[in-house]
Design a protein around this ligand. Structure first.
Ligand code: ADP
Ligand code: MG
Length: 458
């Protein structure tokens, strides 16, 4: 993530901040706080402890350490953790431990904050308000001003890329910024689930409950993730009740409104509606343009050499990409990078050129999808079946037909077809196309099916 500052925090510090979320504070202080990173070399992370008794820390917290490494995507960097005994005193005395000081200081500082998991740029200041999200935005602001005392719970819902996560982080930042000593916890329902499973496995559910039931503001993202998971729901239900009952704020997000979370228990659905439910609709052209302008400014503050985006080009992009703000942002970043690399000005013409591939690709994927769908339907299958690695005959044949038609109708390249239909080798695609080609000459029924499908698709 670009927001991480690798120079200020050692790898171990990052891991510690992550572990701290799931370990009770007393255990953390006893076991983990005294540890320091010594070095990270060819996959081995060496940490030191000041006391022989603490040397088991690696073993004792192995699951948490492994989980943190995975979650921070450090798997490629840290293959093993080694614990050594340091001869230096662990006291924070700078003269006594000059080498440890640079890493020691940030750990201390970092640990005092709860906002570690909040993305710095997702604030209210950077959130563009328009008709599509105005209500949700106002509700989020009200909650941040007076957590637990206005709308509780606040339930935000809307499609992918509509700004739900952004608003939740903004609530977290704002609550902090108002200087109140509140414990704020942001977690995705998926992480909540994984953490719970890991605690169940290690028989540490008490710590898990302590952690979640002692927060002042719980921000739980993408709750639909737990809809079909009974045990997790049960646990969340109790957490929710404990917090709500104690007047603590709960903010929930979902891709649909509570009543449409059909796999969720009724008692939960109705509870989610106790407070306020607010939806985020797809932003209109004007809002999308404003969001792009905001993002390009942010990009320039992070990377001063980023080219400038004019409102006209922003509007052009916003008019081309309507589905999802995240994709829109991606397109902008690509455009700016393209112009910077080629030394071109950022104009509508260059935008057209830079995005041609992207837009074509999107269109093509859509087209292959349509062909696959028609073929799947005529064989009573689903598109997903054609894309699997399943090689039983009742799937192989329709898949060959679909590949053949994709080649005929779209003139799609072999790798493109291979990729779409479950990542086959393109020799498989060649073979499939030849096979259908030959077969149609002798098989009347197949010839009719092909003619019929082509007719329908043209
Ligand atoms: P969701 O959680 O609803 O899928 P996100 O909050 O992750 O969506 O938003 C996707 C991206 O779009 C983020 O980079 C976010 O900052 C941006 N975004 C969405 N809506 C807005 C908005 N109204 N103002 C500024 N940025 C936005
Ligand atoms: Mg989200």
């Amino acid at each position: 993530m670009s927001s991480r500052l690798p120079n200020l925090q050692s790898t171990w510090d990052e891991i510690l901040s992550e572990i701290r979320k799931s370990v009770n504070p007393h255990r953390f202080n006893t076991w983990l706080r005294p540890t320091r990173q010594e070095k990270l070399e060819s996959g081995t992370l060496v940490i030191s402890v000041p006391d022989p008794e603490l040397q088991q820390v690696g073993e004792k917290f192995r699951p948490q350490i492994e989980q943190a490494i995975r979650r921070l995507h450090l798997d490629g960097t840290v293959a093993r953790v080694e614990v050594v005994l340091t001869s230096r005193p662990a006291a924070e005395s700078v003269e006594a431990a000059p080498a440890a000081a640079p890493t020691a200081a940030p750990v201390q500082k970092k640990l005092e904050f709860d906002t570690g998991s909040l993305k710095p740029e997702y604030t209210f200041a950077t959130f563009v308000v328009g008709g599509s999200n105005q209500f949700a935005h106002a509700a989020a602001r009200a909650v941040a001003e007076k957590p637990g005392r206005t709308y509780n719970p606040l339930f935000l819902y809307g499609g992918v890329g509509m700004g739900k996560t952004h608003l939740m982080h903004a609530i977290g930042h704002q609550t902090k910024a108002l200087g109140r000593p509140l414990r704020i916890e942001y977690v995705t329902a998926e992480d909540f689930t994984n953490e719970m499973i890991s605690h169940l496995r290690h028989d540490s559910m008490i710590a898990f409950r302590d952690r979640y039931r002692s927060v002042d503001v719980l921000l739980i993202d993408d709750i639909q993730f737990i809809a079909n998971k009974e045990r997790i729901q049960e646990e969340f239900f109790h957490t929710f009740n404990a917090l709500h009952g104690a007047g603590k704020q709960v903010v929930i997000s979902s891709d649909r409104p509570p009543r449409e979370l059909s796999q969720l228990e009724e008692r939960m659905r109705s509870r989610f509606e106790w407070g306020l439910t607010a939806d985020l609709q797809p932003p209109d052209l004007e809002t999308r343009t404003a969001i792009l302008m905001e993002k390009s400014q942010l990009e320039r503050t992070k990377h001063p050499h980023t080219l400038e985006l004019s409102p006209a080009v922003a509007e052009f992009l916003a008019s081309k990409i309507k589905s999802n703000v995240r994709e829109l942002e991606g397109a902008m970043i690509r455009l700016l990078a393209y112009c910077a690399l080629k030394g071109l000005p950022v104009t509508i013409a260059t935008a057209e050129e830079a995005l041609k591939n992207l837009l074509n690709q999107q269109q093509r994927k859509l087209d292959i999808e349509i062909i696959a769908k028609a073929v799947a339907e005529s064989f009573n299958l689903r598109v997903a079946d054609l894309k699997t690695r399943n090689n039983s005959q009742h799937i192989v044949f329709p898949r060959q037909v679909a590949m053949y038609l994709t080649r005929q109708l779209l003139d799609a390249s072999l790798p493109e077809i291979a990729r779409f239909f479950g990542g086959k080798h393109h020799s498989t695609v060649i073979h499939s196309i030849r096979k259908i080609e030959q077969e149609r000459r002798v098989n009347q029924a197949l010839a009719r099916t092909l003619a019929h499908l082509s007719e329908q698709l043209r």
